[in-house]
Design a protein. Sequence first.
Length: 422
Amino acid sequence: MSDEQRPNGKKLTRREMLYRTGAGGLGLLIGASGVGSIAAIGKTLDKEQEGQIEDQVPFYGKHQAGIATKPQTYMYFISLDLTTKNISEVRDLFKEWTMASEKMAQAKLLGDYSNNPYIPPEDTGEAAGLSASKITFTYGFGPTFFEKEGSDRFGLANRKPNQLRSLPSFPGDEIEKEWSGGDLCVQVCANDQQVAFHAVRNLLRIGRGVVTLKWMQSGFQRTKQAEKKPSTPRNLFGFKDGTVNPSTEEDFNQIVWSNGSEAAWMKNGSYMVMRRIRMLLEVWDRTHLKEQNNTFGREKVSGAPLGQQNEFDEPDFHKKNEKGEPSIPVDSHVKLGRGDGSQKILRRAYSYTSEMDPTRAQLDAGLLFISYQKDPFKQFVPIQKRMAKSDRLNEYIRHIGSAVFACPGGSARGGYIGDQLF
Ligand code: HEM
Protein backbone atom coordinates (compact mmCIF):
# COMPACT_ATOMS: atom_id res chain seq x y z
CA MET A 1 0.00 0.00 0.00
CA SER A 2 1.21 3.51 -0.68
CA ASP A 3 2.36 5.68 2.21
CA GLU A 4 -0.67 7.83 1.92
CA GLN A 5 -3.55 5.50 1.19
CA ARG A 6 -5.78 3.12 3.09
CA PRO A 7 -7.28 0.01 1.55
CA ASN A 8 -10.48 1.95 0.84
CA GLY A 9 -8.48 4.51 -1.16
CA LYS A 10 -8.93 7.28 1.39
CA LYS A 11 -5.87 9.26 2.39
CA LEU A 12 -4.25 8.26 5.66
CA THR A 13 -4.50 10.80 8.44
CA ARG A 14 -1.26 12.33 9.72
CA ARG A 15 -1.51 10.16 12.83
CA GLU A 16 -1.93 6.97 10.78
CA MET A 17 1.04 7.91 8.64
CA LEU A 18 3.13 8.44 11.75
CA TYR A 19 2.04 5.03 12.96
CA ARG A 20 3.13 3.28 9.76
CA THR A 21 6.45 5.12 9.63
CA GLY A 22 7.28 4.32 13.26
CA ALA A 23 7.26 7.90 14.48
CA GLY A 24 3.90 7.27 16.16
CA GLY A 25 5.42 4.42 18.17
CA LEU A 26 8.22 6.70 19.26
CA GLY A 27 5.70 9.32 20.31
CA LEU A 28 3.73 6.77 22.30
CA LEU A 29 6.84 5.55 24.04
CA ILE A 30 7.95 9.03 24.97
CA GLY A 31 4.38 9.82 26.01
CA ALA A 32 4.42 6.84 28.35
CA SER A 33 7.53 8.14 30.07
CA GLY A 34 5.81 11.41 30.88
CA VAL A 35 7.14 13.74 28.19
CA GLY A 36 4.50 15.29 25.93
CA SER A 37 4.07 12.91 22.98
CA ILE A 38 2.72 15.51 20.55
CA ALA A 39 5.76 17.70 21.13
CA ALA A 40 8.01 14.70 20.64
CA ILE A 41 6.34 13.79 17.35
CA GLY A 42 6.69 17.41 16.27
CA LYS A 43 10.39 17.28 17.05
CA THR A 44 10.73 13.99 15.21
CA LEU A 45 9.13 15.54 12.17
CA ASP A 46 11.33 18.63 12.41
CA LYS A 47 14.41 16.45 12.51
CA GLU A 48 13.13 14.36 9.64
CA GLN A 49 12.56 17.50 7.65
CA GLU A 50 16.11 18.57 8.36
CA GLY A 51 17.18 15.20 6.98
CA GLN A 52 18.93 14.16 10.20
CA ILE A 53 17.05 11.00 11.04
CA GLU A 54 15.20 10.71 7.78
CA ASP A 55 16.36 7.16 7.16
CA GLN A 56 16.37 5.85 10.72
CA VAL A 57 13.69 3.77 12.37
CA PRO A 58 14.09 3.86 16.16
CA PHE A 59 15.11 0.49 17.58
CA TYR A 60 13.62 1.03 21.03
CA GLY A 61 9.85 1.34 21.30
CA LYS A 62 6.62 -0.17 22.53
CA HIS A 63 6.62 -2.67 19.65
CA GLN A 64 9.55 -4.19 17.80
CA ALA A 65 10.23 -2.35 14.56
CA GLY A 66 9.82 -4.24 11.28
CA ILE A 67 6.18 -5.19 11.83
CA ALA A 68 4.12 -2.00 11.50
CA THR A 69 7.05 -0.38 9.67
CA LYS A 70 6.30 0.19 6.00
CA PRO A 71 8.21 -2.61 4.25
CA GLN A 72 11.70 -1.64 3.19
CA THR A 73 13.26 -2.80 -0.06
CA TYR A 74 15.37 -5.75 1.14
CA MET A 75 15.06 -8.39 3.76
CA TYR A 76 17.32 -11.04 5.24
CA PHE A 77 15.63 -13.68 7.28
CA ILE A 78 17.78 -15.88 9.49
CA SER A 79 16.62 -18.87 11.46
CA LEU A 80 18.97 -20.02 14.21
CA ASP A 81 19.46 -22.97 16.52
CA LEU A 82 20.92 -22.61 19.99
CA THR A 83 23.97 -24.71 20.77
CA THR A 84 24.25 -23.73 24.43
CA LYS A 85 22.45 -25.28 27.40
CA ASN A 86 23.17 -22.27 29.54
CA ILE A 87 20.36 -19.71 29.85
CA SER A 88 22.72 -16.97 31.00
CA GLU A 89 24.60 -17.24 27.67
CA VAL A 90 21.31 -16.79 25.82
CA ARG A 91 20.45 -13.78 27.97
CA ASP A 92 23.86 -12.24 27.32
CA LEU A 93 23.47 -12.82 23.61
CA PHE A 94 20.16 -10.93 23.57
CA LYS A 95 21.75 -8.08 25.51
CA GLU A 96 24.57 -7.88 22.97
CA TRP A 97 22.22 -8.18 20.01
CA THR A 98 20.06 -5.39 21.46
CA MET A 99 23.01 -3.04 21.81
CA ALA A 100 24.33 -3.90 18.35
CA SER A 101 20.90 -3.50 16.74
CA GLU A 102 20.43 -0.09 18.32
CA LYS A 103 23.81 1.06 17.03
CA MET A 104 23.18 -0.23 13.52
CA ALA A 105 19.72 1.39 13.50
CA GLN A 106 21.61 4.67 13.95
CA ALA A 107 24.23 3.84 11.30
CA LYS A 108 26.93 3.60 13.96
CA LEU A 109 29.89 1.23 13.79
CA LEU A 110 29.82 -1.57 16.35
CA GLY A 111 33.22 -0.68 17.71
CA ASP A 112 36.26 1.45 17.29
CA TYR A 113 38.75 0.18 14.70
CA SER A 114 41.70 1.89 16.27
CA ASN A 115 41.65 0.28 19.73
CA ASN A 116 44.03 -2.55 19.04
CA PRO A 117 45.40 -3.31 15.56
CA TYR A 118 46.33 -6.86 16.65
CA ILE A 119 42.76 -8.11 17.13
CA PRO A 120 39.99 -8.39 14.53
CA PRO A 121 37.93 -5.18 14.31
CA GLU A 122 34.66 -5.19 16.25
CA ASP A 123 32.76 -4.15 13.14
CA THR A 124 33.28 -5.93 9.83
CA GLY A 125 33.21 -2.53 8.13
CA GLU A 126 31.22 -2.86 4.93
CA ALA A 127 28.51 -0.46 6.12
CA ALA A 128 30.97 2.23 7.23
CA GLY A 129 29.86 5.58 5.90
CA LEU A 130 26.51 4.24 4.71
CA SER A 131 23.21 5.53 6.05
CA ALA A 132 20.96 3.47 8.33
CA SER A 133 18.66 2.88 5.31
CA LYS A 134 15.67 2.46 7.66
CA ILE A 135 17.10 -0.80 8.99
CA THR A 136 14.89 -2.72 11.39
CA PHE A 137 15.48 -5.84 13.50
CA THR A 138 12.64 -8.15 14.50
CA TYR A 139 13.53 -11.00 16.86
CA GLY A 140 11.42 -14.09 17.45
CA PHE A 141 11.38 -17.27 19.57
CA GLY A 142 10.36 -20.57 17.96
CA PRO A 143 8.53 -23.40 19.77
CA THR A 144 11.82 -25.35 20.00
CA PHE A 145 13.38 -22.54 22.01
CA PHE A 146 11.20 -23.74 24.88
CA GLU A 147 11.03 -27.48 24.32
CA LYS A 148 13.17 -29.66 22.11
CA GLU A 149 12.89 -33.42 21.84
CA GLY A 150 10.69 -33.47 24.93
CA SER A 151 13.13 -31.55 27.08
CA ASP A 152 12.48 -28.25 28.86
CA ARG A 153 15.83 -26.84 27.70
CA PHE A 154 16.05 -23.69 29.79
CA GLY A 155 13.36 -24.24 32.42
CA LEU A 156 11.05 -21.88 30.53
CA ALA A 157 8.60 -24.41 29.03
CA ASN A 158 5.81 -23.21 31.31
CA ARG A 159 6.13 -19.75 29.72
CA LYS A 160 5.53 -21.01 26.17
CA PRO A 161 2.24 -19.56 24.96
CA ASN A 162 -0.31 -21.88 23.42
CA GLN A 163 -0.20 -19.71 20.27
CA LEU A 164 3.38 -20.83 19.68
CA ARG A 165 3.13 -24.30 18.19
CA SER A 166 4.30 -25.81 14.93
CA LEU A 167 1.72 -25.31 12.23
CA PRO A 168 -0.33 -28.32 11.14
CA SER A 169 0.36 -29.71 7.69
CA PHE A 170 -2.02 -28.53 4.99
CA PRO A 171 -3.11 -30.42 1.85
CA GLY A 172 -0.53 -29.96 -0.89
CA ASP A 173 2.30 -28.96 1.46
CA GLU A 174 5.75 -29.96 0.25
CA ILE A 175 7.61 -28.67 3.29
CA GLU A 176 11.38 -29.20 3.31
CA LYS A 177 13.28 -29.35 6.60
CA GLU A 178 16.03 -27.11 5.30
CA TRP A 179 13.59 -24.15 5.08
CA SER A 180 11.65 -24.78 8.27
CA GLY A 181 11.62 -24.16 12.00
CA GLY A 182 14.34 -22.73 14.19
CA ASP A 183 14.85 -21.90 17.87
CA LEU A 184 15.18 -18.19 17.11
CA CYS A 185 14.76 -15.91 14.14
CA VAL A 186 15.76 -12.42 13.13
CA GLN A 187 14.07 -10.53 10.32
CA VAL A 188 16.37 -7.73 9.16
CA CYS A 189 14.91 -5.24 6.66
CA ALA A 190 16.57 -2.19 5.11
CA ASN A 191 16.44 -0.04 2.02
CA ASP A 192 19.98 -1.09 1.15
CA GLN A 193 21.09 -4.68 0.68
CA GLN A 194 24.66 -4.10 1.81
CA VAL A 195 23.46 -2.44 5.02
CA ALA A 196 21.10 -5.38 5.68
CA PHE A 197 23.78 -7.99 4.92
CA HIS A 198 26.29 -6.23 7.16
CA ALA A 199 23.77 -6.40 10.02
CA VAL A 200 23.08 -10.10 9.60
CA ARG A 201 26.75 -10.93 9.33
CA ASN A 202 27.55 -9.04 12.51
CA LEU A 203 24.64 -10.55 14.45
CA LEU A 204 25.95 -13.99 13.48
CA ARG A 205 29.47 -13.03 14.45
CA ILE A 206 28.26 -11.90 17.87
CA GLY A 207 26.30 -15.14 18.27
CA ARG A 208 29.17 -17.47 17.41
CA GLY A 209 29.49 -20.27 19.99
CA VAL A 210 25.91 -19.79 21.21
CA VAL A 211 23.84 -20.09 18.01
CA THR A 212 24.30 -21.68 14.60
CA LEU A 213 22.64 -20.64 11.39
CA LYS A 214 19.87 -23.09 10.49
CA TRP A 215 18.62 -21.43 7.32
CA MET A 216 18.72 -18.05 5.71
CA GLN A 217 16.84 -16.37 2.90
CA SER A 218 17.00 -12.93 1.32
CA GLY A 219 14.01 -11.13 -0.12
CA PHE A 220 13.42 -8.08 -2.25
CA GLN A 221 10.85 -5.59 -3.48
CA ARG A 222 11.15 -2.71 -5.94
CA THR A 223 13.36 0.19 -4.83
CA LYS A 224 12.15 3.72 -4.27
CA GLN A 225 14.31 4.92 -7.16
CA ALA A 226 12.49 2.59 -9.57
CA GLU A 227 9.04 3.66 -8.46
CA LYS A 228 7.53 6.51 -10.48
CA LYS A 229 4.95 7.17 -7.74
CA PRO A 230 4.32 5.40 -4.45
CA SER A 231 2.26 2.29 -5.12
CA THR A 232 1.56 -1.21 -3.84
CA PRO A 233 4.49 -3.53 -4.65
CA ARG A 234 3.96 -6.28 -7.22
CA ASN A 235 4.84 -9.93 -6.64
CA LEU A 236 6.61 -12.12 -9.20
CA PHE A 237 3.26 -13.01 -10.85
CA GLY A 238 2.96 -9.30 -11.64
CA PHE A 239 0.04 -8.62 -9.27
CA LYS A 240 -0.17 -5.87 -6.68
CA ASP A 241 0.38 -7.60 -3.36
CA GLY A 242 -0.49 -5.97 -0.05
CA THR A 243 -3.60 -3.99 -1.03
CA VAL A 244 -5.80 -5.31 1.76
CA ASN A 245 -3.83 -5.00 4.98
CA PRO A 246 -4.28 -3.42 8.41
CA SER A 247 -3.26 0.24 8.31
CA THR A 248 -4.54 2.08 11.37
CA GLU A 249 -3.50 1.81 15.00
CA GLU A 250 -6.93 0.39 15.76
CA ASP A 251 -6.47 -2.31 13.07
CA PHE A 252 -3.10 -3.24 14.53
CA ASN A 253 -4.51 -3.49 18.05
CA GLN A 254 -7.30 -5.73 16.83
CA ILE A 255 -5.33 -7.94 14.44
CA VAL A 256 -1.62 -7.83 15.17
CA TRP A 257 -0.55 -6.91 18.71
CA SER A 258 -0.87 -9.30 21.62
CA ASN A 259 -2.38 -7.81 24.79
CA GLY A 260 -0.32 -10.23 26.86
CA SER A 261 -3.30 -12.19 28.19
CA GLU A 262 -1.83 -15.49 26.93
CA ALA A 263 1.69 -14.72 28.26
CA ALA A 264 2.68 -11.45 29.93
CA TRP A 265 6.07 -11.38 28.15
CA MET A 266 4.29 -11.23 24.78
CA LYS A 267 2.43 -7.98 25.54
CA ASN A 268 2.74 -5.63 22.53
CA GLY A 269 4.39 -8.42 20.57
CA SER A 270 3.04 -10.51 17.72
CA TYR A 271 3.19 -14.03 16.30
CA MET A 272 4.96 -14.41 12.98
CA VAL A 273 4.17 -17.06 10.40
CA MET A 274 6.77 -17.60 7.70
CA ARG A 275 6.05 -19.71 4.61
CA ARG A 276 8.57 -20.08 1.83
CA ILE A 277 6.33 -20.43 -1.21
CA ARG A 278 7.85 -21.37 -4.51
CA MET A 279 6.08 -19.81 -7.49
CA LEU A 280 6.09 -21.88 -10.67
CA LEU A 281 6.92 -18.99 -12.95
CA GLU A 282 7.27 -21.05 -16.11
CA VAL A 283 3.75 -22.48 -15.70
CA TRP A 284 2.26 -19.09 -14.82
CA ASP A 285 3.90 -17.37 -17.77
CA ARG A 286 2.06 -19.75 -20.15
CA THR A 287 -1.32 -18.95 -18.51
CA HIS A 288 -3.64 -16.51 -20.28
CA LEU A 289 -4.45 -13.17 -18.69
CA LYS A 290 -8.11 -13.93 -17.97
CA GLU A 291 -7.14 -17.03 -16.01
CA GLN A 292 -4.45 -15.04 -14.16
CA ASN A 293 -7.09 -12.45 -13.18
CA ASN A 294 -9.58 -15.14 -12.17
CA THR A 295 -6.92 -16.85 -10.08
CA PHE A 296 -6.51 -13.82 -7.85
CA GLY A 297 -9.99 -12.28 -8.34
CA ARG A 298 -8.34 -9.00 -9.27
CA GLU A 299 -7.23 -7.21 -12.44
CA LYS A 300 -3.52 -7.64 -13.07
CA VAL A 301 -2.82 -4.10 -14.27
CA SER A 302 -4.97 -1.94 -11.98
CA GLY A 303 -5.19 -4.31 -9.01
CA ALA A 304 -8.97 -3.64 -8.89
CA PRO A 305 -11.24 -6.44 -7.62
CA LEU A 306 -12.93 -8.06 -10.65
CA GLY A 307 -16.11 -6.14 -11.46
CA GLN A 308 -14.70 -2.88 -9.98
CA GLN A 309 -12.61 -0.02 -11.34
CA ASN A 310 -9.90 0.82 -8.83
CA GLU A 311 -7.43 -1.01 -6.63
CA PHE A 312 -8.96 0.12 -3.33
CA ASP A 313 -12.61 -0.44 -4.32
CA GLU A 314 -14.40 -2.92 -2.05
CA PRO A 315 -14.73 -6.34 -3.73
CA ASP A 316 -18.37 -7.23 -4.45
CA PHE A 317 -18.55 -10.99 -4.04
CA HIS A 318 -22.25 -11.06 -5.06
CA LYS A 319 -21.79 -9.29 -8.40
CA LYS A 320 -22.33 -11.48 -11.49
CA ASN A 321 -20.53 -11.27 -14.84
CA GLU A 322 -22.15 -11.42 -18.31
CA LYS A 323 -22.38 -15.23 -18.01
CA GLY A 324 -24.29 -14.96 -14.73
CA GLU A 325 -21.31 -16.32 -12.76
CA PRO A 326 -19.73 -14.50 -9.78
CA SER A 327 -17.35 -11.79 -11.13
CA ILE A 328 -14.91 -12.86 -8.44
CA PRO A 329 -14.69 -16.67 -8.75
CA VAL A 330 -15.53 -18.62 -5.60
CA ASP A 331 -12.17 -20.39 -5.79
CA SER A 332 -10.15 -17.20 -6.35
CA HIS A 333 -7.39 -16.25 -3.93
CA VAL A 334 -9.06 -13.09 -2.61
CA LYS A 335 -12.43 -14.76 -2.09
CA LEU A 336 -10.79 -17.53 -0.03
CA GLY A 337 -8.44 -15.07 1.66
CA ARG A 338 -11.44 -13.01 2.81
CA GLY A 339 -13.75 -15.89 3.84
CA ASP A 340 -16.49 -14.38 5.99
CA GLY A 341 -14.16 -11.53 6.92
CA SER A 342 -13.66 -12.67 10.51
CA GLN A 343 -9.98 -13.69 10.17
CA LYS A 344 -7.47 -11.00 9.28
CA ILE A 345 -3.69 -10.88 9.23
CA LEU A 346 -0.90 -8.42 8.48
CA ARG A 347 0.97 -9.60 5.37
CA ARG A 348 4.54 -8.35 4.98
CA ALA A 349 5.89 -10.47 2.15
CA TYR A 350 9.02 -10.26 0.02
CA SER A 351 9.89 -11.91 -3.28
CA TYR A 352 12.87 -14.23 -3.28
CA THR A 353 15.04 -15.91 -5.81
CA SER A 354 17.64 -18.57 -5.26
CA GLU A 355 18.53 -18.16 -8.94
CA MET A 356 18.11 -21.59 -10.52
CA ASP A 357 16.80 -25.03 -9.67
CA PRO A 358 19.51 -27.18 -11.29
CA THR A 359 17.40 -30.34 -11.16
CA ARG A 360 14.84 -28.80 -13.52
CA ALA A 361 16.88 -26.02 -15.18
CA GLN A 362 14.15 -23.61 -14.09
CA LEU A 363 14.03 -20.40 -12.10
CA ASP A 364 13.89 -20.98 -8.37
CA ALA A 365 11.82 -18.05 -7.14
CA GLY A 366 8.75 -17.22 -5.10
CA LEU A 367 7.32 -15.43 -2.13
CA LEU A 368 8.62 -15.26 1.41
CA PHE A 369 5.17 -14.99 2.88
CA ILE A 370 5.38 -13.43 6.33
CA SER A 371 2.29 -12.64 8.34
CA TYR A 372 1.86 -11.18 11.80
CA GLN A 373 -1.14 -11.84 13.98
CA LYS A 374 -2.32 -12.22 17.57
CA ASP A 375 -2.93 -15.92 17.16
CA PRO A 376 -1.74 -17.97 14.17
CA PHE A 377 -4.23 -20.73 14.98
CA LYS A 378 -7.25 -18.42 14.91
CA GLN A 379 -6.05 -16.26 12.01
CA PHE A 380 -3.47 -17.74 9.61
CA VAL A 381 -4.48 -21.41 10.01
CA PRO A 382 -8.20 -21.13 9.09
CA ILE A 383 -7.32 -18.92 6.07
CA GLN A 384 -4.64 -21.33 4.89
CA LYS A 385 -6.97 -24.32 5.41
CA ARG A 386 -9.50 -22.74 3.03
CA MET A 387 -6.82 -21.89 0.52
CA ALA A 388 -5.05 -25.26 0.65
CA LYS A 389 -8.37 -26.96 -0.13
CA SER A 390 -9.52 -25.04 -3.18
CA ASP A 391 -7.46 -21.96 -4.12
CA ARG A 392 -6.93 -21.71 -7.90
CA LEU A 393 -3.49 -20.36 -7.06
CA ASN A 394 -2.41 -23.81 -5.82
CA GLU A 395 -1.73 -24.91 -9.38
CA TYR A 396 1.03 -22.30 -9.59
CA ILE A 397 2.65 -22.42 -6.14
CA ARG A 398 4.26 -24.88 -3.70
CA HIS A 399 4.65 -24.27 0.04
CA ILE A 400 8.16 -25.52 0.77
CA GLY A 401 9.13 -23.86 4.04
CA SER A 402 7.26 -23.20 7.27
CA ALA A 403 8.00 -21.65 10.63
CA VAL A 404 6.29 -19.84 13.45
CA PHE A 405 7.87 -17.45 15.95
CA ALA A 406 6.74 -15.41 18.94
CA CYS A 407 8.09 -11.87 18.55
CA PRO A 408 7.90 -10.13 21.92
CA GLY A 409 7.09 -6.44 22.38
CA GLY A 410 9.78 -3.86 21.90
CA SER A 411 12.24 -2.91 24.58
CA ALA A 412 12.91 0.36 26.33
CA ARG A 413 16.37 1.90 26.59
CA GLY A 414 18.23 0.04 29.34
CA GLY A 415 16.30 -3.17 28.67
CA TYR A 416 16.85 -5.80 26.02
CA ILE A 417 14.82 -7.90 23.62
CA GLY A 418 13.05 -10.69 25.49
CA ASP A 419 13.91 -9.31 28.96
CA GLN A 420 10.33 -9.96 30.12
CA LEU A 421 10.76 -13.61 29.23
CA PHE A 422 14.13 -14.32 30.82
C1 HEM B 1 2.84 -17.19 -3.44
C2 HEM B 1 1.78 -17.12 -2.66
C3 HEM B 1 0.85 -15.93 -2.62
C4 HEM B 1 0.68 -14.94 -3.54
C5 HEM B 1 1.39 -14.74 -4.87
C6 HEM B 1 -0.34 -14.06 -3.00
C7 HEM B 1 -0.81 -12.92 -3.64
C8 HEM B 1 -1.90 -12.17 -3.23
C9 HEM B 1 -2.50 -11.10 -3.98
C10 HEM B 1 -2.01 -10.61 -5.35
C11 HEM B 1 -3.53 -10.63 -3.28
C12 HEM B 1 -4.52 -9.53 -3.70
C13 HEM B 1 -4.07 -8.14 -3.36
C14 HEM B 1 -3.95 -7.84 -1.90
O1 HEM B 1 -4.94 -7.63 -1.19
O2 HEM B 1 -2.81 -7.82 -1.44
C15 HEM B 1 -3.60 -11.39 -2.05
C16 HEM B 1 -4.53 -11.20 -1.05
C17 HEM B 1 -4.55 -11.93 0.12
N1 HEM B 1 -3.76 -13.01 0.43
FE1 HEM B 1 -2.30 -13.79 -0.69
N2 HEM B 1 -0.76 -14.54 -1.79
C18 HEM B 1 -0.05 -15.69 -1.52
C19 HEM B 1 -0.18 -16.49 -0.42
C20 HEM B 1 -1.03 -16.23 0.64
C21 HEM B 1 -1.12 -17.03 1.85
C22 HEM B 1 -0.27 -18.26 2.17
C23 HEM B 1 -2.06 -16.44 2.63
C24 HEM B 1 -2.54 -16.83 4.02
C25 HEM B 1 -2.85 -18.01 4.39
C26 HEM B 1 -2.57 -15.29 1.91
C27 HEM B 1 -3.55 -14.47 2.39
C28 HEM B 1 -4.11 -13.43 1.70
C29 HEM B 1 -5.17 -12.58 2.22
C30 HEM B 1 -5.81 -12.70 3.61
C31 HEM B 1 -5.45 -11.64 1.23
C32 HEM B 1 -6.50 -10.51 1.29
C33 HEM B 1 -7.85 -11.03 0.93
C34 HEM B 1 -8.89 -9.93 1.06
O3 HEM B 1 -9.46 -9.78 2.15
O4 HEM B 1 -9.14 -9.22 0.07
N3 HEM B 1 -1.92 -15.21 0.72
N4 HEM B 1 -2.60 -12.33 -2.04
